[in-house]
Design a protein around this ligand. Structure first.
Ligand SMILES: C[S@@+](CC[C@H](N)C(=O)[O-])C[C@H]1O[C@@H](n2cnc3c(N)ncnc32)[C@H](O)[C@@H]1O
Length: 208
């Protein structure tokens, strides 16, 4: 188990109880995502956390594979889905690369509030492009800290990780994020930001 898995296991219960910080923005993201979903779709979500978003989308698609590196997050997700009577989400432990979905096997891939936590974004975007069908959609919400004072948090990440108080955290700007996604073979369909200093960036991109 890595330091990041331990961190996310440790905060899972609290994360599950926490209210969504910006309910209006969350509802907008759900609605915009659902406008791209159809009942025959296979969806893959990496970094699913406690499954809240997957549960919201489950009735709009055929099946969702929901992945996370934290067993605790997954356990809570499974319980929530069971309680809601949802049977078309499969929760699995691991990263997107570890899951190794078939090439062009997915209609949509979701990476929500997770990309800024992943060390190798380019490899992640390449993997998203590989597993998506041409014309498939990649839905992401990413903390872009490059122009915020919060970027200084990364200076204490090594120490925070050592004590299990912080996960991996990487600084990126919105412009860089958009460039990396388009370079991986996507066209941007939707892009907007919200949150303190506009650091929460929501993008729906289509696999060319
Ligand atoms: C901030 S939470 C977001 C959870 C959920 N997507 C949401 O929007 O509420 C980040 C989640 O990503 C997971 N995570 C972190 N790094 C990951 C990685 N490399 N691959 C898959 N999941 C990861 C963590 O365990 C945690 O559950």
């Amino acid at each position: 188990m890595s330091q990041s898995d331990k961190f996310w296991d440790g905060v899972a219960e609290k994360y599950a109880r926490k209210a969504v910080p910006d309910e209006a923005a969350y509802q907008r993201k759900l609605a915009e995502t659902q406008s791209f979903l159809t009942a025959d779709m296979q969806v893959l979500e990496f970094g699913c956390g406690t499954g809240t978003t997957a549960i919201h989308h489950a009735s709009y698609v055929k099946h969702i594979d929901a992945l996370d590196i934290s067993d605790k997050m997954l356990e809570i997700g499974r319980q929530k889905a069971h309680k809601a009577g949802i049977e078309n989400i499969t929760f699995s432990r691991g990263t997107l690369a570890e899951f190794n979905a078939g090439t062009a096997s997915q209609d949509a891939v979701l990476g929500l509030n997770v990309i800024h936590l992943i060390p190798d974004r380019q490899a992640t975007f390449a993997e998203v492009a590989r597993v998506l069908k041409p014309g498939g959609v990649f839905v992401s919400a990413t903390g872009c800290l490059a122009h915020s004072w919060l970027r200084f948090l990364t200076l204490i990440v090594p120490l925070g990780k050592l004590f299990g108080l912080m996960p991996d955290l990487f600084v990126i700007s919105e412009e860089q994020l958009v460039r990396e996604i388009t370079d991986a073979g996507f066209s941007i369909e939707t892009r907007w930001h919200h949150g303190t200093q506009g650091i929460e960036v929501f993008i729906i991109a289509r696999r060319i």
